[in-house]
Design a protein around this ligand. Structure first.
Ligand SMILES: NC(=O)c1ccc[n+]([C@@H]2O[C@H](COP(=O)([O-])OP(=O)(O)OC[C@H]3O[C@@H](n4cnc5c(N)ncnc54)[C@H](OP(=O)(O)O)[C@@H]3O)[C@@H](O)[C@H]2O)c1
Length: 254
């Protein structure tokens, strides 16, 4: 029985676990950072919490005799992805990254790409706007510097403490979000700018498509640079990779 560790916290990680759980030759564990109070149910055993940096992860890989590591974390989770690359190299464990391709603007999209949340604040400009913030709740602090805007903030867990601005409405929701409902939401709140991450995938694309249809500006945080490791874009490709990885582990007897 080969032990496989999936670094998760994404829909793809859950789908990959679902895809792999029937394998008779592999025991799958999914790892979560523990960011959300009520994480989504997972189809395989879960461990929760940080490992203690790359060294901690390498120690875990050795102690648990992990045969293959699949980094299926969010494209903006740069620290854990760098740690995975270092830890896998240190422990001699095969590593694959499952990364969603980024979205690309069409001719009808009105995107401004910025490096981070502070630059997004700057891009909103000084005049009052009605802004839909779809960043993680821990990334909102820079918007306190622009209290002139009206904010609609959506997050999985409550934003606590709330932003120190006079006009903010908070929505608690977990994706996926369909385009039609996103369109209604944008219209209901008279939104004229969305601040988003280029998450890729379909679950959160509805707001981008709705913004395009309504001519709403999108301020898009650029993706961070991630370690150059073997990577695939789909759950199916990851499953095929695992077949090869486990065959080579079995052939080598390690
Ligand atoms: N960043 C986003 O926009 C975003 C969006 C949706 C979901 N997520 C998910 O939320 C989690 C945390 O994201 P983040 O941006 O805070 O990551 P990060 O900045 O790259 O990671 C920070 C630290 O959190 C721990 N960690 C992160 N992912 C982990 C995992 N799957 N299992 C165990 N420990 C993990 C690690 O702690 P140690 O160093 O102690 O090991 C890591 O050094 C990830 O699983 C990611 O897939 C992130």
């Amino acid at each position: 029985m080969h032990r496989i560790l999936i670094l998760g916290g994404t829909l793809e990680a859950r789908r990959l676990a679902e895809r792999l759980r029937g394998r008779a030759d592999a025991a799958i564990t999914l790892s979560l950072a523990g960011r959300t109070a009520n994480p989504a149910a997972q189809p395989v055993p879960v461990r929760i919490g940080g490992f203690g940096g790359a060294e901690g992860l390498a120690a875990y890989l050795r102690a648990e005799r992990i045969a293959a590591l699949i980094d299926a974390t969010h494209p903006y989770a740069a620290t854990i992805s760098a740690n995975a690359a270092r830890a896998a190299a240190a422990a001699g464990v095969r590593l694959l990254a499952l990364r969603r391709p980024a979205w690309h603007p069409t001719a009808r999209d009105r995107w401004t790409e910025v490096p981070d949340a502070s630059a997004a604040v700057h891009a909103l400009g000084p005049a009052t706007r009605r802004v839909f913030l779809t960043l993680g709740r821990k990334e909102l602090a820079p918007f306190a510097a622009a209290p002139q805007h009206h904010y609609l903030v959506r997050s999985v867990d409550p934003v606590d403490p709330p932003l120190p601005v006079p006009h903010a409405i908070y929505l608690l929701a977990r994706g996926p979000f369909a385009e039609a409902a996103e369109r209604e939401l944008l219209l209901a709140h008279a939104i004229d700018a969305i601040v988003a991450k280029n998450s890729g995938g379909e679950a959160t694309y509805g707001k981008i498509a709705a913004a395009r249809a309504l001519g709403i500006a999108v301020i898009m945080l650029r993706r961070p640079q991630l370690a150059a490791v073997p990577s695939v874009a789909s759950v199916e490709e990851a499953a095929v990779w695992l077949d090869h990885a486990l065959a080579s582990v079995a052939a080598r007897g390690v």
